[in-house]
Design a protein around this ligand. Sequence first.
Ligand code: TTP
Ligand code: CA
Length: 371
Amino acid sequence: MNEQQDKVIFHIDFDYFYAQCEELRKPELRNIPCVVCVYSGREEDSGVVSTCNYKAREYGVKAAMPIKLAKSKLKEVEAIFLPTDMPYYHEISADVMKIIQNYGELFEQVSVDECYVDFTKITNSDFDDAKIFASSLQKNIKDQSKLTCSIGVGPNKLISKIASAVIKPNGITVVSREDAKNFISNCKIEDIPGVGPKTMKKLQSLGIKSISDISKNSIFELRDVFGYKTAAFLLNASNAIDYSHIKARETSKQIGKIVTLKKDTANVEQVSLTTVNLCTSVYENLSNKKQAFKVLTIILILENLQHLSISRSLKLYTASFDELQKNSLSIIKEMIKNNSISIQNIRRIGVVVSELKDISGQNSLLNYLEN
Ligand code: TTP
Ligand code: CA
């Protein structure tokens, strides 16, 4: 099996995001249609719907619809129309993405409410484990943020992205490596991200009506119409193949490391030793970047894939190894005690520091590090 074939990629998409953010601060909106609008300001009610909750969708309201039309669809019922509040949605987005990033795996945020994560290691490259893990992840996100999301799991970004839209809201759709070809063959061509009206028109001109039809063409036939790059993309997509990588952002706002314990030797000493090693690695990274941190998160993933994480905000920024180690060990002790965890059940441990601050301008860095 090569590296590509081993992957387990998650696409996480928050449900009716802007409207769900509105419900978060006004829970009474949950029971009525709630429509978030971009008002053009030209005249009252001119503009379009940005998104709406699922109650409003029951009446046929959807994104990009004129506000006037949405109002007419909801004229018989009590409904609320709100203007967008982008700074607020971005604040919530940063918080929920941090929860996902705290798992310490390769992460790429692709929009305000969507991200990809490579969970190959945590799931051991197994799609049955991935299903269990997806439930625990979804629950953890809900517990911490009070927001629901839908998760698609697949062997690559393309399949996971399409899968996340299959069951919504609060859905989980897992498409294993073996099922991927069959899954994509049953999707519509428009479901492939990036395929718009222009591409559809060209495909129709070739007599191509389905994803299976695409896969029957040779790269040469498609290349003449689309150019090599798009032809290769379409042909690969029609065979459930996608070579695109998860692109972690350069400006990472946290430093962390997560490792798997050797199951047969899990004991208190090993857990402590692994934690100290993780702290050493995080500390090295932190001091290389000349940064201090304020928030420490410990992640424990148990044998049954249950995920536990605790974040502790320190009183002051610190770049001290002793502080990092002392706090990490005490958090782990607390987690084991509070959740009655048996040491043998711990499968992975992670140490993540965030709320980083540059200290490269400090003249006496060494002093700072030791304080
Ligand atoms: P989406 O993820 O496409 O939609 P959604 O989160 O509202 O609903 P769901 O995923 O449950 O189907 O878009 C994310 C946010 O982007 C959405 O909350 C509002 C904004 N958006 C617009 O402003 N205009 C649009 O036309 C679309 C599609 C989204
Ligand atoms: Ca969404």
